[in-house]
Every structure is written in C-alpha cells, then in structure tokens.
Ligand binder design. Structure first.
Ligand SMILES: [Zn+2]
Ligand SMILES: [Zn+2]
Length: 266
C-alpha cells in the first residue's frame, strides 16, 4: 500500500468541493492512507473533519514554524486535549524555518527563539502522549535549523520518535537521525534533476528508516513540477525512488508503509 505521510489537505489551494475527486485520484493511484497535517490552530478542526469524512485520512496537529508568531503562548497546551483522539496519529507540523524572513515587527533572532521554544513544547507534548513528532527544517544556506532541531530532538529521543520530513540533507545527517531512533520522509524534491544528491541519499538508506510524502499542495514531483501537488502524486515519488534503489515498486511500497505504520502507530 502506498502512503502519503505528509500533506496539507486543508490548504486554501483546494476547494472543499474537489476533495472527493482528490481522494478518488489518490485511491486510483494506490494510496491507501493519507496523513494531513495542521499548521496552525485555525485549521485543526477542519483537518479532524476530513478524517471523519474520509476513512483513509489521519491527522497530525501542530504549529508550523512560520506561524508561531500568530499563536498564543499556550497553543500547544490547548492542542494536548486531542492527544487521545483516534483521528490524531502524530504531532506536527512543527520545526524550525530559518529560510523565510521573520514577519514584520519581529527581529530574526526573536522569531527563531520562538520557533525553538514552540518546537520544545511539541516534543514535550509528544513525550507525554506517546505520539511521534513531524519536524520541518529549512535554511537559506548551511544547516543551522537542522542542527538546532536535532539538538532539541536529542534531549527527547529516549522517549519520542521524530520524522524529519522533506529530508534533503547529507548521508551523515541522515545517519545522525537514525542514531537517535528517528526516521525521514522523502517527497517531490527526490525526483528533481537538480537534486540528485537527495535521490542518492534515499537510494542508500536501510529499509525502515524512511517514508514517502508529497507535502501537497507544494513541491509536486516530476512530471508535475511547478503545478499544484496532490496525494496521488506520491506514486511518482515512489516510482522514482524505487528505480534508484533497485527495488520493485511493490517492495518499496511495502517497507515504507511498514515504517509509516510504526511511526504513526496504526
Ligand atoms: Zn514542512
Ligand atoms: Zn508540510
């Protein structure tokens, strides 16, 4: 079974009316489960309703690092009430984004401090609830956000599993995640001709250390690059990665589905 472990179905890029068609295309492509992640308090309920409406959908709840300035200090505290909800399979999307400039009125360092503080809150909730944490990191250059996130994860790694989503780092950094007991997920970037290093990394990883994602509506894989992404396109990600690994599509679907099931505990 194919699984899209990371997308944002509540995005304004999808209309409510077309959700049924998007789900039908995903099912036709062989996608058996879809994880839709909240990015702010405002889209929590809408994500949960999607899980009611479509039985293939599970939900992660968190505050995206680019949204931390818009939320009250106790927002993760308020998310905790959903920790036992059967529709909720993880904590996220959270993480550190040093790529986008700080919002107006915020000094860069203050914004990053708030992101780190929020990320810790997410890990603390995960440690208490038994859920895994889906982590986003992004830098303009270098790997500072990754280093900072890994340092925070390291303090929780005995109790919490983290998934570094849309992983584009080095083999050494992939190994550091694995050493802490974490996993990665790979999306459309792995299919880009100018990101062959990403495909090389996922081609060499042991089974069980990664899953597949779209990050839809963003980052559509080849041959849809630049267009709006959707969960059905995880098949294009999978087929590209299977070829690079020298595995059959069925083998790749199988072990990545198993890794996803272990992380999200279904
Ligand atoms: Zn992300
Ligand atoms: Zn995302």
């Amino acid at each position: 079974m194919l699984i899209d472990t990371h997308c944002h179905l509540v995005s304004h890029k999808y209309s409510r009316e077309e959700r049924g068609a998007i789900m039908a295309r995903a099912a036709a492509a062989g996608v058996g489960r879809i994880v839709s992640l909240a990015t702010c308090w405002e889209n929590v309920e809408e994500n949960l309703r999607l899980a009611d409406e479509f039985e293939t959908v599970r939900v992660c709840l968190g505050i995206h690092p680019c949204d931390v300035h818009q939320e009250p200090d106790d927002v993760v505290e308020r998310l905790r009430v959903y920790g036992d909800d059967p529709r909720v399979c993880g904590v996220g999307e959270t993480g550190l984004d040093y790529y986008h400039p700080a919002p107006e009125g915020w000094a860069e360092e203050d914004f990053r401090n708030r992101q780190r503080w929020m990320l810790e809150q997410h890990f603390s909730w995960a440690a208490a609830s038994g859920l895994g944490v889906v982590v986003h990191t992004r830098d303009r250059e270098g790997t500072t956000s990754f280093e900072d996130a890994l340092e925070i994860y390291g303090r929780y790694a005995l109790r919490v599993k983290a998934m570094f989503h849309c992983f584009i780092g080095s083999p050494e950094n992939a190994q550091r995640i694995i050493d802490l007991g974490g996993i990665m997920s790979f999306g459309g970037v792995a299919t880009f001709k100018n990101a062959k290093n990403v495909l090389d990394v996922v081609a060499s990883l042991p089974r069980g250390t990664f899953t597949l994602e779209t990050d839809a509506p963003y980052l559509a894989p080849v041959p849809f690059r630049g267009q709006r992404n959707e969960p059905a396109f995880v098949k294009n990600v999978a087929d590209c990665i299977a070829a690079a690994r020298g595995e059959s599509a069925a083998e790749l679907y199988d072990h990545t589905a198993h890794a996803a099931a272990g992380f999200f505990r279904w």
